[in-house]
Ligand binder design. Sequence first.
Ligand code: UDP
Length: 161
Amino acid sequence: MPDAKPAFQRILLKLSGEALMGDDAYGINPEVIDRIVGEIKEVSRMGVQIGVVIGGGNIFRGIAPSAVGMDRATADYMGMLVTMMNALSLGDALRRAGVEARVQSALRVDAVAEPYIRGRALRHLEEGKVVIFAAGTGNPFFTTDTGAALRGAEIGAELVL
Ligand code: UDP
């Protein structure tokens, strides 16, 4: 088979939290994570650089009742922290599958993830590491869809999925 060159060099994949739940009521379904990791691995092995923005609806939905009546910005910060858990989970699953991955967070959580630094993210991507962008934009009143558009533009992704 002739060496097929991938159509895209760098892509940004947005994974909503709900996509991680599978048929569960909330949380992260291991089979779903494994399937997503398999697909990311396959595309990464083709030489495509992959950034991932991950949502938090799967866990945030579970804690939403406790956020009722809460100050909006505080609830949004909780939502961003939830995306952090998903990012760590995906990063761990990727590494277990033999795919190098780094988590970068828009909120400072130095003990568990790198801060988002664009130049560093670009270097990771060039080295073939999957970069998972956690905490969306880092700002309340936004969603991870905005985070995906923002990071996609910042890293020069040719495609946002
Ligand atoms: N969030 C935020 N700013 C951001 C990204 C996310 O405040 O830049 C909060 C917001 O409360 C949001 C939650 O984090 O509802 C989870 O993100 P999102 O709803 O985008 O997750 P998804 O629907 O993709 O699972």
